[in-house]
Design a binder for this molecule. Structure first.
Ligand code: COA
Length: 237
């Protein structure tokens, strides 16, 4: 079974947003921040205003939103020396302050955000997913993997590779959305490379507009973090 490099981090109790860099490369002008939260009680600390869409949301949804925004605000502070909570667009995409691009993800009790300079990056994607069991992998594979991806996995259920492909495509969606400004589905890209050192790439199977043409290879990084799988995409200009 395929694996990915593991990133080890000792959380402290009452976890504040902390900066981590779980990948082997050294990237300037980009900050990754994570936070553990309780889906029922939130995560304490300074709380961003809730957008109108979330005023009647469940406590769990409010908690994940707040945790993601706290991570994003700390990543922005590290990048710009100013604190700002990204807003939420009608399309749910975060609205980053001028000069910043980034992405937010949350799963179960962990939120994470990556923010970088828009002088250097035209898009950033991050996605955190809990490791799938076989039943979850079967469900996800039927939605998120193309026939060719399923074939290349021997048409067997591989929870690790299924989670990796799903997470990579969610990261891709977040990274490309600011450029393409439209929804696109899981068929729009396929995993074209994966190495156990945590490097991987997706190949676009459709023209998505602008420079994002069919056949474009988009590198990404994968690692394990606690009992999650984490994928990351940085799109330079
Ligand atoms: C939007 C989507 C990617 C979010 O993923 P998710 O598994 O629900 O949850 P995550 O925690 O990883 O990410 C949620 C965050 O994504 C961000 N997000 C939502 N819509 C977004 C968009 N259009 N562009 C960029 N980021 C977006 C938000 O910050 C959101 O958190 P928030 O609502 O608390 O602010 C997912 O719901 C979706 O619609 N996927 C289908 C599109 C897709 O992945 N296509 C594959 C292309 S190959």
């Amino acid at each position: 079974m395929a694996v990915a490099p593991a990133f080890h981090y000792e959380p402290v109790s009452d976890d504040p947003p902390v900066a981590i860099w779980p990948w082997p490369d050294d990237v300037r002008d980009c900050h990754c921040v994570t936070l553990r939260y309780s889906a029922d009680e939130g995560c304490g600390g300074k709380v961003p205003p809730l957008p109108p869409q979330l005023l009647r949301a469940t406590p769990r949804r409010k908690a994940e939103f707040i945790a993601g925004r706290r991570c994003a605000a700390e990543a922005i502070r590290r990048l710009t020396a100013r604190t700002a909570f990204p807003g939420m667009g009608e399309d749910r995409a975060p609205i980053w302050p001028a000069g910043v691009v980034g992405a937010i993800s949350h799963s179960r009790d962990r939120a994470i955000a990556l923010a970088g300079s828009n002088q250097q990056f035209c898009g950033i994607g991050i996605d955190i997913e809990k490791v799938l069991n076989e039943e979850e992998a079967r469900d996800i594979a039927s939605q998120a993997l193309t026939a060719s991806e399923r074939h290349s996995l021997g048409n067997a259920i591989d929870p690790f590779m299924t989670g990796l492909i799903f997470s990579a495509k969610e990261s891709l969606f977040k990274a490309l959305y600011p450029s393409v400004r439209r929804f696109f589905f899981f068929e729009a890209a396929e995993l074209s490379d994966y190495s156990e050192d945590g490097s991987a790439s997706l190949r676009l199977t459709e023209d998505l507009g602008g420079r994002w043409r069919r056949g474009t290879e988009i590198p990404l990084r994968v690692c394990r973090f606690e009992d999650f799988l984490l994928t990351r995409i940085l799109l330079p200009y």
